[in-house]
Write a protein that binds this ligand. Structure first.
Ligand SMILES: [Zn+2]
Length: 98
């Protein structure tokens, strides 16, 4: 397995969701990395996967949709991740795909 690179290490599978601030930080980090083309959003292929337009239209602070699920790819190391955010129940995780 490839090592996580510096550009995606701060939003990778080691990211911890412990408080509402962690969700807000994860969403805003994802948005800013997509805006700077560090990450790209992989086109939706499942019912709950959001596209790039949806992501960029999320507000900078709550309230958020109850469930958010995005698949993103680091454009430098090409590792893809799933980020799943259950804002309503206060759960979240990032899973590395490759
Ligand atoms: Zn990377």
């Amino acid at each position: 397995m490839k090592r996580t690179c510096e550009l995606c290490s701060d939003l990778s599978d080691i990211y911890q969701f412990n408080s509402p601030d962690d969700y807000i930080n994860a969403i805003n980090t994802l948005k800013s990395k997509v805006n700077s083309n560090t990450f790209t959003i992989v086109e939706p292929d499942e019912d709950f996967q959001g596209d790039m337009t949806e992501l960029l239209e999320l507000p900078d602070s709550p309230p958020y949709p109850d469930i958010m699920f995005y698949k993103y790819k680091c454009t430098y190391c090409l590792i893809t991740y799933n980020i799943f955010l259950d804002w309503y129940h206060g759960k979240g995780e990032i899973l590395r795909n490759n």
